[in-house]
Design a protein around this ligand. Structure first.
Ligand code: SAM
Ligand code: SF4
Length: 473
């Protein structure tokens, strides 16, 4: 299932948009003449929801140029990887997958291979691709995606194209968006990050924070709801600082209220929040807006103040816990999820134990856990790091065991209760997957016509991370 739309034409940077539309038409005629079938694109996305959302816009442009989409890279006419640079592991996978395309490209010389996203924004990576992967046709960074028609046109003229210049402060509205599912949608509210956490590459590859105008966001949200969206996630690296630098006087709490006021049966989520900018005003807005799911994703990264300081996080363990306690008091039953890094340079056993004690105190619904990965160009990459990877992996296992016990305690309490869930997946065996308001997956039997609709489900059995249930008649 898919749909494609052009959002909010009036807000478009018309010069750029018209320029790219012209190239889109040229590409489309070249592709028509070149293939006796509709050209097929394989688009694979690595990393976070921000990348998934960018890929929806890239796919919108490809669709506009006449491409259809395939899940099989081997028979694709265009293979595009939208890459992630947050950890070394993600980068290694990209290099591995690009390497695997070499024999296919040798058989099919006119296959176009394109790489984009955060990894490609790093000059040393773009250089490595240029030198060591001569069969890659197109490389572009995070600022250039809207120029895809023009870049593809040059590739079709036989050129090898590398474009990863930084373009400060630019947001191009009005790009077509291709969504695989109409009922669950990502909606970016801002781009970039100004925080420079010492371990993180994001500010270097995504640039400074820039917010979309609220009227553009609200127009897109309305359009999503009109097209059947039931679950809208507002996206940004730090949504709490939404509004900075805009001419209008608005913050994220006010934006949330405006989206909550859009008529329709849908729910609103948002990520990610930074504890230093997460205000009580925002938590109050969350509590008061009936469409906002009572689920807060608030990354803490470490439970130790010295490590938090070294990470440049600008909050302490106590201020984090104070926020959590306030949020729990305003929203009883609130689901809290978080990101945590194990093995930051110089983290001692005692400092790691502070992370475990914070996890015990907050009782997170679930955690995204990462072993620290040095990123070239960041401050932390230059810090001494005496702890071995083996020791870091052992700490990670202890953390996962603890979190599993906490999650199991929570899911056990769900048995016998009824939850309203949005059906998000259906498999061929007739098992549906829905998510509770607090983001726990419930598996239950039912017809796939229920996909994209809300159902009431009684929980019958708890596992550690997920539960099983039965539709209420
Ligand atoms: N902006 C979000 C925030 O501040 O919470 C998160 C964005 S980042 C893409 C997602 C998560 O990746 C971070 O919260 C952090 O836990 C993890 N991460 C970022 N850089 C990392 C690194 N160098 N090594 C390990 N994990 C990292
Ligand atoms: Fe990275 Fe920190 Fe920005 Fe999140 S807030 S994207 S962790 S620099």
């Amino acid at each position: 299932m898919w749909w494609c739309s052009l959002n909010n034409e009036l807000r478009v940077n018309m010069g750029e948009k018209a320029h790219q539309s012209e190239f889109a038409e040229r590409v489309s005629s070249i592709l028509n003449a070149k293939y006796d079938h509709k050209p097929r694109a394989f688009v694979h996305t690595y990393g976070c929801q921000g990348n998934v959302s960018d890929s929806e816009r890239i796919k919108g442009l490809l669709w506009q140029m006449g491409y259809e989409f395939t899940d099989n890279a081997e028979n694709a006419d265009l293979v595009l990887f939208n890459t992630c640079a947050v950890r070394e592991h993600a980068e290694d996978r990209v290099f591995g997958n690009v390497g695997a395309l070499k024999p296919i490209k040798e058989q099919r010389r006119d296959m176009i291979i394109a790489l984009c996203g955060c990894m490609m924004q790093q000059p040393h990576i773009a250089e490595k691709i240029k030198r060591s992967y001569p069969y890659v046709n197109l490389v572009f960074g995070t600022y250039q995606a809207h120029r895809l028609p023009e870049m593809l046109y040059r590739v079709l003229q036989g050129k090898r194209v590398f474009e990863n210049a930084e373009e400060k402060g630019k947001i191009v509205e009005g790009l077509p968006v291709y969504r695989d599912r109409s009922f669950k949608s990502w909606l970016p509210v801002m781009y970039g990050c100004d925080n420079f956490c010492s371990y993180c590459i994001v500010p270097y590859v995504r640039g400074r924070e820039r917010s979309r105008k609220s009227e553009d966001i609200i127009a897109e949200a309305r359009e999503l709801v009109e097209n059947g969206a039931k679950d809208i996630t507002l996206l940004g690296q730090n949504v709490n600082s939404y509004g900075k630098g805009l001419d209008e006087n608005i913050n994220f709490a006010e934006l949330l209220k405006k989206i909550n006021d859009i008529p329709g049966d849908f729910v609103i989520r948002f990520m990610t929040s930074h504890p230093k900018d997460c205000s009580k005003e925002l938590l109050d807005a969350m509590a008061d807006c009936e469409k906002v799911e009572k689920h807060l994703h608030l990354p803490f990264q470490s439970g130790n103040n010295r490590i938090l300081h070294e990470m440049n996080r600008k909050y302490t363990r106590d201020t984090y816990i104070e926020l959590i306690n306030y949020a729990k008091s305003r929203m009883p039953g609130l689901a809290i999820t978080s990101d945590v890094i194990v093995g930051f340079p110089g983290e001692t056993e005692e400092e790691f134990e502070d992370t475990l004690s914070l996890i015990r105190e907050v009782e997170f619904t679930s955690l995204f856990t990462f072993i620290y990965s040095p990123r070239e160009g960041t401050v932390a990459a230059k810090m001494p790091d005496p702890v071995t990877h083996k020791e870091k992996a052992a700490r990670m296992q202890r953390l996962l065991d603890l979190q599993e016990q906490i999650a199991a305690k929570r899911t056990a309490k769900m048995v016998g209760k009824v939850y309203r869930v949005l059906v998000e997946e259906a498999d061929e065996k007739g098992i549906l997957t829905g998510r509770t308001q607090d983001n726990i997956a419930i598996l239950f039997e039912g017809s796939d016509n229920l996909l994209g609709s809300f159902c009431n489900v009684t929980v019958t059995e708890a596992m550690s991370w997920i539960v099983k249930g039965k539709i209420c008649q």
